[in-house]
Design a protein around this ligand. Sequence first.
Ligand code: NAD
Length: 439
Amino acid sequence: MTDWYARMLNAPVGGPLARRLGLPRPAELRRHHPGQPLVDGPVLIGAAGPSRRLADHVQALLEPDATADPGGRLGAAVLDATGLAELAELGAAMEFLRTCVRRLGPSGRLLVLAGPPERADGVEAAAARQALEGLVRSVAKELRDGATANLVLVADDADPRAGDSTVRFLLSARSAYVDGQVIRIDPARTDGGPPPAGRVAVVTGAARGIGAATAEVLARDGATVVCVDLPAHGEALAATANRTGGTALQLDITTPDAPARLVSHLRERHGGLDVVVHNAGVNRDKLLANMDAERWDTVLAVNLRAQLDLNAALLSDHGPLRPGGRIVSVSSTTGIAGNRGQTNYAASKAGIIGMVRALAPSAAERSVTVNAVAPGFIETEMTGAMPLATREAGRRINSLRQGGLPVDVAETIAWLAEPGTGGVTGQVVRVCGQSMLGA
Ligand SMILES: NC(=O)c1ccc[n+]([C@@H]2O[C@H](COP(=O)([O-])OP(=O)(O)OC[C@H]3O[C@@H](n4cnc5c(N)ncnc54)[C@H](O)[C@@H]3O)[C@@H](O)[C@H]2O)c1
């Protein structure tokens, strides 16, 4: 689907015209291409407070790109605020970000690393840590040209390496549409599992949209992908499976025998499973006053009941999900904020968040992580079917002033699915360009 407004602005005549009229100008976001450098330009690394533990670690992680010319343009800036204990030290954080904001290039990255407020040593330290959230979420709204700002809360007792995959993801072009987020890194009880190249992944709803993009990104990262979708979409499903070198399984995930059929496909064709992406979803919008049982039941069955039943089968004692496994569910910002005419959809997507949080602790005992992504407005056939005015509003009410692409959600899912992301579990990561909905 095309964003005609963004295309017009990026054409030779449209840009100057929009500038003169003072219209919002969505930037062309930097997205991942094989072989490109992690960050587009030098990275400035600083610290607020007495500790440089993570600053030094990130410096070593990013070598050899890590040094910035004094005063020059930056690809990214990383602030280690893990030592922040007093309110007075917050000023140093503000000062660092203030100088960086001015130097940040297009699609630049601001990343703040801090300790979790609830684990701080004393009330003032907790207040100072929490203040960073307001600071980062606000600066994210001030950045321009596709730049983003995110906060990573690293548990004080976590190995510094536990955050590596998250730091790399948030600095890279793979996180193009992840903005204004707070992500927690726990001491990783759940690291491990086979390396990306040997893994088997299931993606539901893989015939098109976000599911097809996810199958492609997971295959790029080396996984063998089992692509699942309705028999009615068999042709498009086969096309995704062929493109990704995976297998196609025509399956309505709401049928009573769906979990058993998926489990036997995995056992017979692949020997086990490492990554599950619950992406299949539907909407049947109506105001609550006019909501009928059919609309309610269909949406709850596909978006939530099926995920609960599939998880029960995949995680059962003799289930195929191996240690180090990853479950990623596709929720929605609508499940966080609610939306007029979408009581059924919002209930199902909020239910996913409840499911993920409740399942994470027991899954961690098997070294499995369980997370959700919550996309905002993504350019797919689902949003293409919206009325024009709703669609245009959905695209613009975020800090990046544009809709995301299916690949943006796919890259976020692939990061959560990485073996190195074991410290992230029970969380909801929004892929919404910092949408004002549910912010
Ligand atoms: N597009 C957005 O802006 C957006 C925003 C937030 C969340 N989401 C969520 O992302 C997911 C993918 O969305 P999309 O925009 O790519 O949608 P889409 O309609 O393009 O694709 C959804 C796929 O799920 C499949 N599916 C539906 N019911 C199924 C069933 N019973 N069994 C197996 N497969 C089934 C469909 O056939 C389709 O191929 C959905 O869960 C959706 O709710 C999308």
